[in-house]
Design a protein around this ligand. Structure first.
Ligand SMILES: [Fe+2]
Ligand SMILES: [Fe+2]
Length: 347
């Protein structure tokens, strides 16, 4: 069912007003009379009004008012009644005026043209309403997908925490720091979200490392280290080949988060930009957070010492571009540290 707009006739000349009203009424349209084109009265985007107004009535620049209306109050339509000699019709129509009716007009014809304009406006409003409903639905579905992806990531990580010393807060912070850096690198919102979910999974491959190595209290032998290093490729195996983008990014991070910018890391001994950027970012933020954290086997470092190490390893272990960006956004990084403390999210 189409819901017609209410029609407001705006003209300061009472005689003109009566003639226009009569014309509209002859076509059976309900009308009300206004004496000014009150923009503030139509700011509600839901009210559907068709103004039929005299070109010379109280509006200094109809074209800009009408084009402004289309964003301010898209459900408001305008029909202009103009003198025969008026030269502005094309610019008004171009700005979105529904129709321009010339004086002198026949009452009946004016009525029909106003009725047509009202129908067109009603159809456009119907389309707008559907569009709004569709957008709301898409937003709702997107949120469902986003939160279910986040849950998959968190549950995978929580599975790995049964075997690892890392706290839930540590892995969550890694995602948040990585997102700070990605945002500073002007990644798209989508990609920032991907790294926020993917970076926490960097050590997920530790589920594949035997307890004798993973939980060994003392230093590891060279053989044990070579087993420990397998957590990178094991993590990749767990996450790779998915159609879900953040799992694929997680796979790249899991494989390459122990690579070193100048070479000499594992498992592939990649150099510089051969290492995926998401892994170069994760390497910096993981070391920062791990060193600042208390672990069963170590005391927390003071932040100044951690920063000195990052600086020392700039260009060696770490990508200098990522380290510079990290320092440039240290305030946001510290906020993540402060706002997601270990105490709130215990192991
Ligand atoms: Fe690792
Ligand atoms: Fe970590």
């Amino acid at each position: 069912m189409m819901d017609n707009p209410s029609i407001v006739v705006v003209d300061d000349d009472p005689l003109h007003r009566t003639m226009v009203l009569r014309g509209i009424q002859s076509s059976g349209q309900p009308t009300r009379v206004g004496t000014s084109f009150d923009l503030f009265g139509v700011q509600s985007s839901t009210e559907k009004i068709l103004f039929v107004c005299a070109a010379e009535a109280m509006i200094p620049d109809i074209a800009s008012v009408v084009s402004g209306l289309s964003s301010l109050a898209p459900r408001v339509g305008v029909v202009i009644v103009a003198n025969e000699a008026d030269q502005n019709a094309a610019s008004w129509l171009n700005a979105g005026v529904l129709d321009v009716i010339r004086r002198p007009f026949r009452a009946h014809e004016l009525g029909l043209r106003v009725r047509n304009a009202a129908r067109r406006q009603a159809l456009e409003c119907q389309w707008l309403t559907r569009q709004d409903a569709l957008e709301a639905l898409v937003a709702e579905q997107t949120e469902v997908i986003r939160s279910s992806r986040e849950e998959v990531s968190l549950r995978l990580i929580s599975a790995s925490r049964f075997r690892d010393n890392e706290t839930g807060a540590h892995v969550r912070r890694i995602g948040l720091y990585a997102a700070v850096i990605a945002e500073a690198f002007e990644w798209t919102l989508f990609d920032v979200e991907q790294i926020r979910l993917a970076a926490p999974m960097h050590d997920i491959g530790k589920v594949a490392i035997p307890d004798a190595v993973l939980k060994k209290p003392g230093a590891l032998t060279p053989e044990e280290w070579s087993v420990m290093r397998l957590h990178t490729t094991a993590g990749e195996e767990i996450l790779a080949g998915s159609s879900v983008p953040f799992l694929n990014m997680g796979a790249r991070i899991a494989r390459s988060h122990h690579e070193k910018f100048a070479g000499g890391g594992y498992p592939d001994g990649l150099i510089g930009e051969q290492i995926p950027l998401e892994a170069r970012i994760t390497a910096v933020v993981d070391v920062y957070d791990a060193l600042r954290s208390r672990r069963p086997y170590k005391e927390p470092w003071v932040e100044a010492d951690v920063l000195a190490l990052l600086e020392r390893e700039r260009g060696r272990h770490f990508d200098p571009k990522v380290v510079d960006c990290f320092f440039a956004h240290l305030e946001a990084v510290r906020r993540v540290w402060d706002e997601t403390p270990d105490e709130v999210l215990p192991v």
